[in-house]
Ligand binder design. Structure first.
Ligand code: GDP
Length: 300
């Protein structure tokens, strides 16, 4: 991830460092190169434009100030602005007020984004923090989804509530409701609801996800986004924002060799922070998302 972007940006900084003093034309050239590199990495155009304008404005100031090392200053400006588009300060998961009953997290996203895997990862991560976690299988669309969640739950050491086999397709809202009753009655701290994925943005399934959300009133609706889907990420994120109004983003497949545009666009386009990063198929390939660390990965 980010290899090409990283090479391009470091190349443009190298040119800059050769110069003792900087003119506005030098700034324009460097920002222009970074802008092209970001576009090639599939970063959304509106995010690139905003980023370039902000870097330019600050970098002109640095060039004019005749500071000792203008190139270094510009590297810092680019770093700070990258952190900004990646989300700035980290935000913690929101939990229910003590005494209110279990905290509910609901997962939404396209099929194959990594929701079911994430349910296991998040369950295990929370379990390590001494939370009693229940996974609820409300993805009744894909034939194997329930079994897959049961397997993931077992691997993660987390209990799974699933509809009885043989009950036909069943009603995912009802499953979520019964899951919540179990979680409330049995002293669970957190319930994670896996919902049906869809191949494309599908209004019927979006309405189903909304119905589940309205039924269980989650503290967080987490939009699970495959970082490998490139340009489609923005369109997908917008559709899910409109459809279920998610409160946090989880980026998956950050271990892949995608160009990274999704990771760099989603916060800028939706205004919703990225909370976690999934970096592999294993249950422990999962971490809090830190904008500053991600920016360093791009610039170092
Ligand atoms: P869902 O349809 O959204 O529930 O997606 P799944 O959880 O079934 O994941 C789809 C595929 O992506 C599975 O083969 C997962 O093992 C894989 N996967 C999930 N997260 C990651 C990740 O962070 N990195 C990689 N490389 N693969 C992942």
């Amino acid at each position: 991830m980010f290899n090409k972007l990283q090479d391009r940006i470091s190349e443009s900084f190298k040119h800059l460092r050769k110069k003792g003093k900087l003119s506005e034309a030098d700034v324009d050239e460097t920002v222009g190169e970074i802008r092209r590199a970001l576009i090639e990495a599939d970063v959304a155009l509106e995010v690139v434009k905003d980023f370039s304008a902000r870097v330019k404005e600050k970098a002109y100031g640095a060039a004019r100030s005749e500071a000792l090392n203008p190139a270094q200053q510009i590297v810092k400006i680019v770093n700070d602005e990258l952190i900004e588009i990646l989300g700035g300060e980290d935000r913690e998961l929101h939990f229910a007020r003590p005494g209110k009953g279990p905290t509910v997290f609901m997962l939404a996203g396209l099929q194959g984004a990594g929701k079911t895997t994430l349910a296991g990862k998040l369950g295990r991560w929370l379990g390590k923090q001494d939370k009693k976690v229940l996974l609820v299988a409300a993805d009744l669309q894909r034939p194997n989804a329930v079994t897959q969640l049961e397997i993931v739950g077992e691997q993660a050491g987390v209990t799974v509530f699933a509809p009885e086999p043989g009950n036909g397709v069943g009603d995912p809202v009802d499953v979520a409701r019964r899951g919540l009753a179990l979680a409330s009655g049995s002293g669970y701290d957190v319930m994670i609801v896996d919902t049906a994925g869809r191949l494309g943005v599908d209004e019927e399934l979006m309405a189903q996800a909304r119905a589940i959300r309205d039924e269980v009133q989650p503290e967080e609706v987490l939009f699970v986004l495959d970082a490998m889907i490139g340009q489609d990420a923005v369109r997908t994120a917008r559709a899910f924002q409109e459809g279920v109004d998610f409160t946090g983003v989880v980026l998956t497949k950050l271990d892949g060799d995608a160009r990274g545009g999704a990771a760099l666009s989603v916060r800028g386009v939706t205004g919703v922070p990225v909370l976690f990063a999934s970096t592999g198929e294993g249950l422990d390939d999962f971490e809090r998302f830190h904008a500053d660390r991600m920016a360093s990965r791009i610039l170092d």
